[in-house]
Ligand binder design. Structure first.
Ligand SMILES: [Fe+2]
Length: 426
């Protein structure tokens, strides 16, 4: 039963299809790691791979079935063990989370299957929108929350697996991503002054995370922006002048190679460089420039000379692979500035796709922020001035997350993520 006339109709078939699609993709991604690497911890500041397989099922079951719908536990121990990931500030902090052993892979799989049945039953039959029964059901928040959570973890899982040694991955048939191409345009453009709309109104999105609300308007002065992301080739000049080596680069034969997902390849000079926020800032300073603010990113991506704002850089058409390198079209970057269909009204390329775009803006709430009922710590735990906003999307960001109000954030020094940048002045 819908709780108000304004509530959108619940598309149970759509929710079910999206859930099953996510579970299939999760299984495919976990299968990229060799079983021997299952309890490895490719990134010291993250849990081992096995945690994530348990976590996806536990999170979805905990949020939707137990917390939102009040169902009984399936396995209280595993529900708690796999409840939450970690984001420690350093190795000593990470050590607090270490465990002597994890459940077997078959035990995790059996637990996952029981969670799946309970969740699919709920999606088929439970009242998912009865906000009078639970605030987690307001506009089906818990159902959407578990779907986006699993989709986000696909990216997290891939950047973790990226760090596994190649011999611990199933690489057969997956190499061959290297190619180079020159960009269509180079240099900078002027992005005119105007208002940037950040965030969104609560009533216009089927679902948004708590940090996307309320809608916020920011006046932005004109500025100059690089039409392309900074490339590995650009960064090489910085390294030769004493700049730091990106974590994805490997020293080889007196030069550099790139650590790809399934292969080590010659350094692709025309691809965006993936670096930390601190490294990006250092590069910008070396160029007598700076990183864009979150609001400047919005002006460049969604603003237009005619004063209107678009839903996406390319206009209002829904996101798909024609417009950029996102949604798992590739596991790797591609050359910058080759996708004319995805450029913004000002002629700026790759603002969505081919790597998240670092900004200079710390992750902070908009006015009107309220922690969401289904996941109150989702954003609030990270308003610590140590996390910085990234916008856009990486090659392995789900198209469902390509929306103007979407905000992502990483620690300024976190070296493993698919984040690039461009510089501005003004
Ligand atoms: Fe999670």
């Amino acid at each position: 039963m819908l709780t108000s006339a304004a509530a959108p109709a619940l598309d149970r078939a759509g929710l079910r299809a999206r859930y099953l699609n996510n579970r299939n993709r999760s299984a495919e991604l976990f299968a990229l790691a060799d079983p021997s690497a299952y309890v490895d911890r490719p990134i010291p500041l993250r849990h081992p791979v096995i945690f994530y397989e348990g976590h996806l099922a536990a999170f979805s079951f905990n949020k939707l079935c137990r917390e939102a719908l009040g169902e009984a536990s399936i396995d209280a121990h595993l529900e708690r063990l796999f409840e939450r990931g970690i984001d420690p500030s350093d190795a000593a902090d990470a050590a607090r989370h270490e465990r002597e052993s994890w459940p077997s892979r078959s035990a995790v799989a059996a637990f996952g299957a029981r969670c799946d049945s309970a969740i699919l039953r709920a999606i088929a039959m439970a009242d998912l929108t009865d906000a009078t029964a639970s605030p987690l059901l307001e506009r089906a928040q818990a159902a959407y929350c578990i779907l986006e959570h699993e989709e986000m973890h696909h990216e997290t899982l891939l950047y973790i697996l990226h760090q596994l040694p190649l011999e611990n991955k199933r690489t057969a048939g997956r190499a061959g991503a290297f190619y180079e191409r020159e960009p269509i345009a180079t240099g900078r453009v002027t992005v005119g002054a105007g208002t940037a709309t950040l965030g969104a109104r609560r009533d216009v999105l089927p679902f948004g995370w708590d940090n996307e609300f309320d809608e916020t308007h920011v006046d932005v002065a004109a500025f100059e922006m690089d039409v392309n992301d900074v490339t590995n080739g650009d960064w090489l000049a910085f390294v030769r002048d004493g700049g730091p080596q990106p974590s994805f680069w490997i020293e080889r034969d007196g030069g550099f190679a790139l650590r790809g997902m399934f292969e080590t390849m010659p350094l692709p000079l025309t691809w965006p460089v993936y670096v930390t926020n601190a490294q990006a800032r250092a590069y910008a300073a070396w160029k007598n420039a700076r990183l864009p603010t979150e609001a400047e990113y919005h002006r460049a991506a969604f603003g237009a000379p005619d004063g209107r704002e678009r839903a996406f850089p390319w206009g209002d058409a829904p996101p798909d692979a024609r417009f950029g390198n996102f949604d798992f079209a590739r596991f790797e970057a591609e050359p910058v500035g080759i996708n004319a269909a995805g450029k913004s009204a000002w002629g700026v390329y790759d603002l969505i796709g081919n790597g998240w775009e670092w900004t200079s803006t710390p992750f902070r709430p908009f006015a009107g922020f309220e922690p969401m009922a289904s996941y109150p710590e989702y954003s609030a735990d990270f308003f610590d001035e140590e996390h910085v906003i990234v916008k856009g999307a990486s090659p392995v960001t789900n198209r469902n997350h390509v929306r103007r109000s979407m905000r992502n954030w990483y620690r300024a020094e976190y070296p493993y993520v698919y984040a690039t940048f461009r510089t501005v002045n003004g």
